[in-house]
Design a binder for this molecule. Structure first.
Ligand SMILES: O=P(O)(O)OC[C@H]1O[C@H](OP(=O)(O)OP(=O)(O)O)[C@H](O)[C@@H]1O
Ligand SMILES: O=c1[nH]c(=O)c2nc[nH]c2[nH]1
Ligand SMILES: [Mg+2]
Length: 153
């Protein structure tokens, strides 16, 4: 990936809240399924904003840091075809994970915070468009580090 898009916790929280607003009224939902691990973060915000207490997971791994590998489903929430459920992930990139989710839960409302063009059409809603050649650096993958002053560079 040639570019980087750095996401702070504040920005992530703001975008996730905006996503929650678009999922009102909350009474239409039976619960939320987080696509673990990335989806756990927006799922917590959606659950809080929508007053949802029933939160499930579908556990999928497809990247070793930034290297894509075979998609592995480690755990699957038993929610039938997904009717009345929100399924949330942090982002859609190539769309591989999204395609697997669609197959598992065809009737669920599948949402993400970020979407790249190759996967954008596979989600029902998302907040921020990101170019395909850009790696999204999520706040849970970063830490605060010392930056030397300009005069010492
Ligand atoms: O559209 P795709 O190309 O499938 O990429 C999107 C998926 O990749 C990341 O998960 P990852 O497999 O890295 O696991 P993690 O959520 O545990 O970090 C991200 O959280 C999405 O679930
Ligand atoms: O942190 C991440 N940033 C990305 O851009 C991405 N694409 C797939 N998986 C990803 N994880
Ligand atoms: Mg993920």
């Amino acid at each position: 990936m040639s570019e980087k898009y750095v996401v702070t916790w504040d920005m992530f929280h703001m975008h996730a809240r905006k996503l929650a607003e678009r999922l009102l009224p909350a009474s239409q939902w039976k619960g939320i399924v987080a696509v673990s691990r990335g989806g756990l973060f927006p799922a917590a915000v959606l659950a809080r904003e929508l007053g949802v207490r029933h939160v499930e997971t579908v556990c999928i791994a497809s990247y070793d840091h930034d290297q894509q590998s075979d998609l592995r489903v480690l755990h699957k929430a038993e929610i039938g075809d997904g009717t009345g459920w929100i399924v949330v992930d942090d982002l859609v990139d190539t769309g591989n994970t999204a395609r697997a989710i669609r197959e598992m839960y065809p009737q669920a409302k599948f949402v993400t915070v970020f979407a790249k063009p190759a996967g954008a059409e596979l989600v029902d809603d998302y907040i921020i468009d990101i170019p395909q050649n850009t790696w999204i650096e999520q706040p849970w993958d970063m830490g605060i580090t010392f930056v030397p002053p300009l005069s010492r560079k």
